[in-house]
Design a protein around this ligand. Structure first.
Ligand SMILES: NC(=O)C1=CN([C@@H]2O[C@H](COP(=O)(O)OP(=O)(O)OC[C@H]3O[C@@H](n4cnc5c(N)ncnc54)[C@H](O)[C@@H]3O)[C@@H](O)[C@H]2O)C=CC1
Ligand SMILES: O=C(O)[C@H]1O[C@H](OP(=O)(O)OP(=O)(O)OC[C@H]2O[C@@H](n3ccc(=O)[nH]c3=O)[C@H](O)[C@@H]2O)[C@H](O)[C@@H](O)[C@@H]1O
Length: 459
């Protein structure tokens, strides 16, 4: 099938590359010319395990190409994916201007032949119909004579297209794996023709031909109306974020009563109705999606006269959680002014170089405000030279330099390599061996035997 993916961020690039890998003909469009040039040379602008190898393979086999020309993409694709960013505005509402620009652009280049337009971006509920309207606006801007024929949302016979909502559930750091091993595929549309095309497109993935375990039953495909598909995406992210805030609240109570949240989470997670995943207490959730999607859902609810109290509480717990590490540092070190704090990890989670809404950024700002000197080491950021938002922190390129002269280390991101560190060597160069484990990730007993004062999160 001929596919055009518009937007080559995490979602667009991984979608485009994976669809090319399973045999489709893919063109990826981005209006960032530098990104397009990089991709044409087989270089991925993002770090994602396994992606570069697949990208280069698809370029070599001729299954994927990159361009900044939307018209070429629209003409080429039978299926057009919209995968541009939908960041939050300062009031929490979704900024849909990139989706709007792309929809208008699609309309401006739409000619003969049936097309399926797929909303892969996370968009406010109701956006499917809105995208259809903007596409038609784009057509009319190009050909004002069609205005009457297109009135009332109807289509002019040669301009035949349907909009499908196909929310994305991949996680950064395991995006390629998640694409080939999804828990489900959600398709929202009233058009049977469009749904059939989407099922064909995803056929090899549904049949688990590229799955880690090809013997599993086919991937469940849930077909819904447009709005329900859009709501599934928000509800799933809001639920996961709330689950983390819940365990963090339990961790904070554990701290006060002397219970261990790691054992508590294990005991809770063994109940199959609860499940063990997303019960890791710590510094809270960050990244490019949970914060903006929960805020967007709160905002949508308010627009329709509903006060989403549970979601607001999940956000409040999360905001507070980021600063609990500061309280713990103050309990141990008392005055932070003049002290040196070393952060282990900067990214919002391991296996990504993404710093968007990373708890580390709040910690750095607050420690700096309190007069502490902040140093950091991150397995990816330290090597990559990415320094946006990190002006108040000294980014070290190795752990010994990080630990040198520190009054405390704080584990911020649960990178697996932090479990393999020789902490005895770090203790020797620290001013005092204190470690705050912001993800309950390290071996408390091992660290205590090396002379560290270990402080966990409800643990
Ligand atoms: N990052 C993630 O892990 C996930 C993101 N999502 C959703 O997917 C959507 C995309 O997210 P990301 O990939 O993280 O975004 P991103 O911000 O990393 O990438 C968006 C890309 O779109 C391009 N773009 C913007 N306007 C354009 C235009 N007019 N024409 C062509 N290209 C344009 C940008 O240059 C950029 O390369 C968002 O709605 C997000 O909520 C959903 C699931 C997972
Ligand atoms: O819409 C999105 O963009 C994506 O958002 C999340 O994926 P992602 O943000 O990549 O990362 P997660 O693994 O979900 O972690 C999010 C945050 O929660 C934190 N977290 C996660 C799990 C946990 O038990 N505890 C915890 O604090 C992580 O450290 C991280 O800061 C969802 O897991 C994806 O399904 C979804 O597609």
């Amino acid at each position: 099938m001929r596919v055009c993916v518009i937007g080559t961020g995490y979602v667009g690039l991984v979608t485009g590359v994976c669809l090319a890998h399973i045999g489709h003909e893919v063109i990826c469009i981005d209006n960032n010319i530098d990104k397009v040039k990089l991709l044409q040379q087989g270089e991925s602008p993002i770090y994602e395990p396994g992606l570069t190898e697949l990208l280069r393979g698809c370029i070599a086999s001729g299954h994927i190409r990159f361009s900044s020309d939307l018209g070429t993409g629209v003409e080429f694709g039978e299926v057009l994916f919209i995968a541009v960013g939908t960041p939050a505005l300062p009031n929490g509402e979704t900024d849909t201007r990139y989706v709007e620009a792309v929809a208008r652009g699609i309309g401006a280049h739409l000619h003969l032949g049936y097309k399926v337009i797929v909303n892969k971006s996370t968009v406010p509920i109701g956006s499917g119909d809105w995208v259809r309207m903007i596409i038609l606006d784009g057509v009319v801007e190009r050909e004002p004579d069609l205005a009457d024929a297109l009135k009332g949302g109807g289509t002019h016979p040669p301009l035949d297209f349907d909009v499908v909502s196909n929310p994305e559930f991949l996680r950064e750091g395991s995006a390629v794996y998640d694409t080939f091993n999804p828990d489900r595929i959600v398709l929202g549309s009233s058009s049977r023709r469009a749904i059939q095309i989407m099922q064909e497109l995803y056929g090899p993935i549904i049949e688990r031909k590229y799955a880690a375990d090809p013997t599993l039953p086919p991937v469940p495909v849930l077909v819904t109306d447009l709005s329900s598909a859009e709501m599934i995406k928000y509800a799933a992210n809001a639920f996961l974020a709330t689950k983390i805030s819940f365990i963090n609240e339990i961790a904070n109570i554990c701290d006060r009563v002397g219970a261990d949240v790691v054992q508590v989470a294990k005991g809770m997670g063994l109940d199959s109705r609860i499940g063990e995943k997303f019960l890791q207490a710590g510094l809270g959730w960050g990244g490019s999606c949970f914060p903006k999607d929960v805020s967007a859902l709160i905002h949508t609810a308010a627009d329709y006269g509903y006060d989403a109290q549970l979601l607001k509480a999940a956000v409040q717990v999360n905001q507070r959680q980021r600063f609990i590490v500061i309280e713990k540092l103050q309990q141990v070190l008392k005055i932070l002014k003049g002290k040196t704090i070393g952060l282990l990890g900067l990214t919002f989670k391991p296996n990504t170089d993404d710093l968007r809404d990373a708890p580390a950024l709040n910690l750095i700002e607050e420690l700096h405000r309190l007069g502490a000197k902040v140093k950091a080491y991150d397995p990816l950021v330290s090597q990559s030279g990415l320094r946006s938002g990190l002006s108040h922190v000294i980014v070290e390129t190795d752990l010994l330099h990080l630990a040198d002269g520190c009054d405390a280390l704080v584990l911020v991101t649960d990178w697996p390599q932090f479990q393999e560190v020789d902490y005895g060597e770090l203790a020797k160069v620290m001013h005092q061996p204190v470690i705050i484990d912001g993800r309950n990730f390290l071996d408390r007993k091992g660290l205590e035997s090396l002379g560290f004062r270990y402080v966990g999160m409800g643990h």
